[in-house]
Design a protein around this ligand. Sequence first.
Ligand SMILES: Cc1ncc(COP(=O)(O)O)c(C=O)c1O
Length: 469
Amino acid sequence: MSEYPYADRFPVVRGLPQEGRPADDILAELTAMATEEDAFWETGKVSGTMYSGDHAHYAFLTEAFSRFAHSSALQRDLCPSATKFEGEIIAMVLDLMHASAVEDSEPAGMMTMGGTGSILHALLAYRDDARARRGITAPNLVKAETGHPAFNKGAHMFGIELRTVPVDPATTTVDPAVMAEEIDENTIALVGSAGNYPYGTIDPIADLGALALERGVGLHVDACLGGFILPFGEELGYDIPPFDFRVPGVTTISADTHKYGYAFKGSSTLVFRDKRLRNAQYFHLVDWSGGKYMSPGMEGSRSVGLLAATWAAMVRLGREGYRTHAAAIFATSAAMMDVVRSHPELRLMGSPTFCFSFASDAFDIYHVADFMKPLGWRFNGQQYPNAIHMAVTRPQTWPGVVDAFAADLADAVEYARAQHAAGKQPQLGAIYGGVPGGAPGALASQVEEFIVMMMDSLLDTWQSLPPQR
Ligand SMILES: Cc1ncc(COP(=O)(O)O)c(C=O)c1O
């Protein structure tokens, strides 16, 4: 096994080749890598990431993508279809988010390249709108600790102070009263999640909406993860409180088409209660030598292929398709949570639905992850406290996966008990969940150094490889 992927089997490209390679040869190399990598998640043991897992669906999306892969969404005279795809995707998401409940403003939307992109655009819109309308020059944003790091990233990029509040450990959701204490005259918006990434739980959006209205600030609902599955859970009778535009005070919602929307990676949506807020982040330059420039978001050129494939995914599935997939996922998640509950040593974090996280007071839960990793299970890890989560996707609904989870978890609990009794430390903690909870502050700089090293290794490893034979 090489330290650089595939270096032992395929040539490492270290500069632009002098001559091109035959297409068949290239495709054979790509197929070998893709087939092996797909085999990893096709077991159904991988949390999140592969939301559809259906190769026939992927082939259909690829067909749709291929028709427009080469077209640029920035050149609408050349590809007017982009206006149709983007507009109709926005229309479908506004419909899903109950924009029809809005009476006092004009709802609108936009597409971005991913959940982070949607969150960044929301923050930019709030910042610039608050500056223009309220004269705020030192803006702040209030989010719960469970809010996605994309909010930290956006705050960092756009010069917004981020105020982070803890969640109630019992529910893993934010207490609006705690959030209220952080609001002042420079607050541009609050953030609630539906559901949050660590625990899959839903913040009390109705209460946050009331608070936002009372204090005259925005409320962004991060439904990147839940936006395309929770509405169908509600229709199916699961206990899903409204989190969309039916809730007064909700001003923006991010919902990822590339997660439970079953589209390709590289697409997400951001919808606004009021078009005025969306337009606050528009950019144009009218006096440039290259001509008048405008782009309705941060991106410049984008492939129309992604718009076409996203549109195709949505109109192919329709409400019925999404509801059918959601029914299987909610049922599977409930069955997997029952398995967790059957072990007194394990504790579910809050009351989740389609994405659940569990911890243990009897041992470090990363002993469980250690045991299950070689069996092919790939959870996502949390810290403070240590926990592991499973975002249930379609591959877990396949036959045999819940049974395998039950059998492997039972053995893992035995293993974890024994490791704990022997005073052993888990191996996976640092990788899955960062520094285990309670690490001394002195370690923080080392962790940061390690993380920079990891990021470097993603980009630079090819430089340090020995010459190939
Ligand atoms: C709740 C939530 N928000 C935002 C994001 C960021 O999405 P992306 O990775 O597409 O940028 C995620 C990703 O998992 C998420 O779960």
